[in-house]
Ligand binder design. Structure first.
Ligand code: IMP
Ligand code: MG
Length: 181
């Protein structure tokens, strides 16, 4: 699938991902028992994580997606967010769990949280596959997180570089030869 010199380092293996998601799913199922759980996945990065996570959740739930785009360079976040596709479901009175691929500076999530809170959900929390805590610029609360990773640009398992590598089932850093600055 990959050219053998494309990978610099594998950070998280398929097995580690599987085990972590099972753990998260159990916790979410327990915490949301008796509630009106709606998973809100952020397109496109969260799709792979959300598909696996949803299948580990053992309570009734629904899911929906929102597509946003941040202006600015490919590997940096500006915090200015544009909605490309809004939710189809009305979240008023629902227990929203935002599902994100990675929280980096936190700017994207901070914006999205403010926007969705104004629609008066019963509760709103965040579940992210990856987090780079050291890079945070705004203090957003991450309620569930898979892995806290160092300050490196990673791809795979939904995360992309220029649209590529989302289908790779593990998380890795790219050989710098494949990154255009
Ligand atoms: P934030 O606004 O800085 O938290 O950026 C969040 C978004 O930036 C994520 O949803 C990703 O789309 C993208 N992003 C941040 N870090 C990475 C990375 O290491 N690999 C791929 N995408 C990333
Ligand atoms: Mg994203």
């Amino acid at each position: 699938m990959l050219k053998n010199n494309e990978i610099s380092e594998i950070l998280i293996t398929e097995e580690e991902i599987k085990n972590k998601i099972t753990e998260l799913g159990k916790k979410i199922s327990k915490d949301y028992k008796g509630k009106n759980l709606i998973l809100v996945g952020i397109l496109r990065g969260a799709v792979i994580f959300m598909a696996d996570l949803a299948r580990t959740i053992s309570i009734p739930m629904v899911f929906d997606f929102i597509a946003i785009s941040s202006y600015g360079a490919e590997t940096k976040s500006s915090g200015v967010v544009r909605i490309l596709k809004d939710l189809d479901v009305n979240i008023k009175g629902k227990d929203v769990l935002i599902v994100e691929d990675i929280v980096d500076t936190g700017l994207t999530l901070d914006y999205l949280l403010r926007m969705l809170k104004s629609r008066k959900p019963a509760s709103i929390k965040v579940c992210t596959f990856l987090t780079k805590t050291a890079r945070r610029k705004v203090n957003v609360k991450v309620d569930y997180s898979g892995f806290d990773i160092p300050n490196k640009f990673v791809v795979g398992y939904g995360l992309d570089y220029a649209g590529k590598y989302r289908n790779v089932p593990y998380v890795f850093t790219l050989n710098s030869k494949f990154i255009q600055e």
